[in-house]
Write a protein that binds this ligand. Structure first.
Ligand code: KIV
Length: 279
């Protein structure tokens, strides 16, 4: 399977929509990559679906790297994106932001990083890009700071000023050197307008069908984490329910004595056993 590249994905703009899903460990990275998904995001959503946090804010850089390494070791074809967790780039120290982005490339084998923000984060994007690291700018609903911005709301649809601000954020991310801009929870027609205005690809989640790429959180779309849901996803499988049934079946078999069966059991030479029993 030849490895996809960022320039290849950029050349698809206006011709072919690319697919993107999250993965945080080797088994899921293998499944997603083998299914032909074009981009794998090691998202900070792992805080909720892997680590049991209530949101993404507590996720640390070390936790991101631990999971990104597993994906980096496994995936062959997809372009790999490492998410920058909360406070890994926002404290005002550009060198710290560049060093943390570099860890995703150097230690985990990611192809690029993603960071949340607005036009205000453009200088951080520029510093990381200048260090030779490709960046996706994530605008619109930005879960790391959603609480301080009023909650998990659709962004840009309320007024002309809000829509213009989002367009400005997208243009600022592009001007700062982002290779793609991710739009989360943005009205579909506004996302279409931004997609038309940008030279680089847009990637949508809850942003309608006109973006250049589409992303979902895999645990949510496969039903792997009961109770975890995003309002703009679609459920493609009930893998969690399938797993729960398998686990319950195993427990019932152990309790009834039907597991382990003869096929799961190692024999011992009958003569040796007889000798042991006679002692
Ligand atoms: O962390 C994540 O999974 C994300 C997606 C919601 C795009 O940022």
């Amino acid at each position: 399977m030849p490895k996809l590249t960022i320039p290849e994905l950029q050349s698809w703009k206006g011709k072919q929509t690319f697919t993107m899903l999250t993965a945080y460990d080797a088994p899921l990275a293998r499944l997603v990559d083998d299914a032909g998904i074009d981009v794998i995001l090691v998202g900070d959503s792992l805080g909720m679906v892997m680590l049991g946090y209530k949101g993404t804010a507590p996720v640390t850089m070390d936790e991101m790297i631990h999971h990104a390494k597993a994906v980096g070791r496994t995936a062959q074809r997809a372009v790999l994106v490492g998410d920058m967790p909360f406070m890994s780039y926002q404290a005002g120290d550009l060198a710290e932001a560049v060093r943390n982005a570099g860890r995703h490339i150097k230690e985990a084998g990611m192809d690029c990083v993603k960071l949340e923000g607005t036009a205000r984060q453009a200088p951080i994007v520029r510093a990381i890009v200048d260090a030779g690291i490709a960046v996706i700018g994530h605008i619109g609903l930005t879960p790391q700071t959603a609480a301080s911005l009023g909650g998990m709301l659709v962004v840009g649809g309320g007024s002309q000023a809000a829509a213009q601000a989002l367009i400005d954020d997208a243009l600022a991310m592009e001007a700062a050197g982002c290779w793609a801009v991710l739009l989360e929870a943005v009205p579909a027609d506004l996302a279409a307008l931004i997609t038309k205005r940008l030279r680089v690809p847009t990637i949508g989640i809850g942003a309608g069908p006109h973006c250049d790429g589409q992303v979902l959180v895999t645990h949510e779309m496969l039903g792997l984490f009961p109770g975890f849901g995003l309002p703009f996803g679609r459920r493609y499988a009930e893998a969690g329910e399938l797993m729960r049934r398998g686990i319950a079946e195993y427990a019932a078999d152990v309790r009834s004595g039907t597991f382990p069966g003869p096929e799961n059991t190692f024999p011992i030479d009958a003569a040796i056993l007889k000798q042991l029993e006679s002692e």
